[in-house]
Design a protein around this ligand. Structure first.
Ligand SMILES: Cc1ncc(COP(=O)(O)O)c(C=O)c1O
Length: 432
């Protein structure tokens, strides 16, 4: 009998965390790494929120609390979502989770039996695909094409919907591409789902980057399209908007109070509850007039960095990089760099398991990290299924401007260092 259950081998991971030990190894050898790997704003938690959390701690608000989330936060979420999305949400439809990540797997567990189909964007947040395989549901990746601006049409979505489709993940603004949906696109997607999917389908609208928008772009949520509120689970949280990834507060708005109650019970089983002092900090974050200017300051900095990084990347021979409209990532195509460095052929000749566990872009990503000390993530980190032959890196711009500038210079050097690359692959130490 084996120690582990079969399903243990079916779950994947989030490489943004997984490469931490590699970065440490490079740093322990005395190098400064430019960290463009993590999806975490590099700003301090705004003071008004920090003060509120301290006040809550001083008031001893540190005990078990409502597993659905404390009522004042659920009321604040219901008000915020109602105002911004033009719908009417009541607090009994809101459930608070330790971050926006847990509802991904919990929704799959709640709505899907093995074999049921789940549609999700690829490239996309890796946890969507990771849980699908873990639960033995059927992954149906919706491939975002670069030539279409990493977007997709109603027709492309329609082709994937079958009578077994139970969940459809949407993520605007998108990680890793920075795509933002227009009103027309959202309406087209909604129309396709309403006409083709079963009435009990659920749309999981991951809106954690709802406030990180550039060039005056506006966030459009599918929940605002008439008829969609009844089948949409809207998810957001504090990690990105308030630079508070360690707060572990996220929330979901469910179509009904009855559905929310199922998640409350899952919270009881998994977490009991989420720290009340942070939930009260999140309530203040949503309600305080001081939050808007803080978000704007952060977004302005991201936009300035985006402009510098996209311009520099596009000036590197072999690199093409689109301009994201939201979130804080850029997603350059490094296909020609991989060819010029010989990465495509070298990858094809790798022994197993290195070949399966990496890709040409993975080799370039690790070369960049170990030889040029810039941490990025490869395309494969954002959905493995169907990622073959696609050569991209995700560069997080949640890093100080000077570091980013230095990082992009190193990127340019690495992209033309054919001999260094060949030696790195030949050494064979860190290829996946
Ligand atoms: C698209 C997307 N959804 C969810 C999350 C999870 O966020 P949280 O820190 O709130 O769990 C992330 C974090 O990177 C993300 O990029």
């Amino acid at each position: 009998m084996s120690l582990y259950a079969d399903r243990v081998h079916l779950i994947a991971t989030e490489n943004a965390f997984k490469i931490g030990p590699y970065i440490k190894e490079v740093e322990d050898a005395g190098n400064k790494v430019v960290r463009c790997n993590l999806g975490e704003p590099d700003f301090p938690l705004p003071k008004h929120i920090r003060d509120e959390v301290k006040r809550q701690l001083d008031a001893d608000n540190v005990h078990y609390n409502d597993p659905q989330g404390v009522l004042p936060l659920r009321e604040a979420v219901a008000r915020d979502v109602s105002e911004k999305r033009g719908i009417k949400v009541t607090p009994d439809r809101v459930v608070v989770f330790p971050g926006a990540k847990p509802p991904i797997g919990l929704c799959q567990q709640t709505y899907c039996n093995p074999g049921d189909e789940i549609i999700y964007p690829s490239p996309g947040f890796p946890i969507y695909e990771s849980f699908i395989t873990y639960l033995s549901a059927k992954p149906m990746p919706l491939h975002l094409r670069e030539e279409a601006g990493f977007s997709f049409t109603g027709k492309e979505l329609e082709r994937l919907i079958t009578p077994r489709t139970k969940l459809i993940f949407l993520n605007f603004p998108s990680n890793p591409t920075g795509g933002v949906a227009s009103r027309e696109q959202i309406e087209e997607i909604a129309g396709v789902i309403r006409s083709k999917a079963q009435p009990d389908v659920r749309v999981y609208s991951d809106e954690v980057y709802e406030n990180i928008l550039f060039d005056g772009s506006v966030h459009r949520s599918i929940i605002s399209v008439p008829g969609m509120e009844a089948i949409t689970v809207l998810v957001s949280g504090v990690s990105k908007s308030y630079s508070w990834t360690g707060g572990r507060v996220g929330w979901a708005v469910f179509p009904t109070a009855e559905e929310a109650a199922i998640y409350k019970n899952l919270n009881i089983n998994y977490f009991s509850c989420i720290p009340a002092y942070n939930q009260m900090g999140a309530k203040l974050a949503l309600e305080s007039p001081e939050s808007g200017p803080e978000i704007r300051r952060m977004v302005t900095a991201f936009q300035e960095r985006r402009d510098v990084v996209v311009k520099r990347l596009n000036s590197i021979p072999g690199v093409t990089c689109q301009t994201p409209k939201g979130a804080f990532y850029v997603f350059p195509n490094v296909g020609k760099v991989c060819e010029a460095l010989g990465a495509v052929e070298m990858h094809a000749k790798l022994p197993e398991p290195a070949r399966t566990l990496s890709s040409p872009a993975t080799l370039f990503q690790l070369f960049l990290l170990f030889r040029y000390h810039v941490a990025t993530l490869d395309r494969k980190s954002f959905g493995r299924i169907g990622s073959e032959g696609k050569h991209f890196l995700r560069v997080s711009i949640a890093t100080a401007m000077d570091d980013l500038k230095a990082g992009m210079e190193r990127f340019a050097e690495a992209a033309s260092d054919r001999n260094g690359f060949a030696a790195f692959v030949k050494e064979g130490k860190r290829l996946y």
